[in-house]
Design a protein. Structure first.
Length: 318
């Protein structure tokens, strides 16, 4: 255990965890606004817009507030990281910040998202679009430099935020707020059912993207199958996959058992409890992931010399 702990550069896992929380909450706010409650904001829902639009607008403001706080945290972590780099290299902060285009671009996209969320809180329509541009382009910023291979981890993270981050907002800004709104008990249950109906297919699609890019990411780090059970990185990954399986099981339970019960306030409250349990286990996944990304990747296996090289003979030439 001591040998395992010595591989982890503390407090790096703590900073990674905070970064994951910030990214997931900001991304989830975008998914919640543009996928889950969009019909009621725009007045194009199948149900009567007047019944739910006020609740949807308040839910959007709550999501924007959480998104702003999350993005502010991400910006603070970014500045802290640049400061740490400057200290390690014994250089002024300004010199490290302006050393290339990537760092100012990242900072600018954080600020764009903060401005967008701020405008959304006070009800300025374009604010949500600015926030979405800042969050999504911030996650996918390698495309600005043609670094396509570096998009694997960002897409993996973005999909996780769209699934679990949006689920957080569905519970906190959607279900929780609806159950405390001025709607009648019957209308509360109906509105929660409609929210979940829009979230479920989006969650399944996001989880599929997350799993696909998660496999690619794991293989890029492991390099060999045996590294999965012979290295600290691989063993930590196994633990993570076990907890991810628990999250998927809870999600499947909510989809198969809880969702058909929706339509009443009691069903909405039951779903809120089970979805909160799913979020709690998902947070454990983020804790494990924070440790995982702080561990060194397994080293590639040494290449075996050819029989001629082992015998001290020069390679054949043609």
């Amino acid at each position: 255990m001591q040998a395992f702990a010595s591989l982890i550069p503390w407090p790096q896992p703590v900073l990674e965890f905070l970064g994951f929380i910030a990214a997931f909450l900001a991304t989830g706010a975008i998914g919640f606004r543009f996928i889950v409650i969009r019909p009621w904001i725009r007045g194009h829902a199948r149900t009567t817009p007047g019944d739910f639009r006020n609740v949807a607008l308040e839910a959007a403001r709550r999501a924007a507030t959480i998104g702003l706080l999350a993005t502010a945290l991400a910006l603070a972590l970014f500045v802290l990281d640049v400061h740490a780099q400057a200290t390690e290299r014994h250089l002024p902060f300004e010199q490290v910040f302006g050393a290339g285009a990537a760092t100012p671009l990242e900072a600018g996209l954080y600020l764009l998202a903060i401005i967008g969320f701020g405008l959304a809180i006070v009800g300025v329509g374009p604010g949500w679009h600015l926030a979405a541009a800042g969050v999504i382009l911030g996650a996918l910023r390698p495309i600005f430099f043609g670094q396509w291979a570096r998009l694997i981890n960002p897409i993996h993270m973005l999909a996780g935020g769209m699934w679990l981050g949006t689920l957080f907002h569905v519970v906190v800004a959607g279900i929780w707020l609806t159950l405390r709104s001025g709607l009648s008990s019957e209308r509360r249950g109906f509105f929660v059912r409609e929210i979940v109906a829009r979230f479920s297919p989006f969650a399944l699609a996001s989880a599929g993207v997350l799993a696909t890019f998660g496999v690619i990411t794991a293989w890029r780090h492991l390099k060999t199958i045996s590294a999965l059970w012979t290295t600290p990185y691989g063993l930590t990954l196994i633990v993570k996959l076990c907890v991810v399986a628990a999250v998927l099981a809870l999600g499947a339970f909510n989809l198969r058992r809880q969702r058909p019960l929706l339509g009443s306030e009691a069903g909405a409250r039951a779903l809120r409890r089970s979805a909160s349990a799913e979020l709690l286990v998902a947070m454990i996944v983020l804790v494990i992931t924070s440790v995982l990304v702080s561990l060194p990747s397994p080293k590639p296996p040494p290449q075996r010399p050819s029989p001629r090289a082992a015998a001290g003979l020069p390679p054949t030439t043609r």
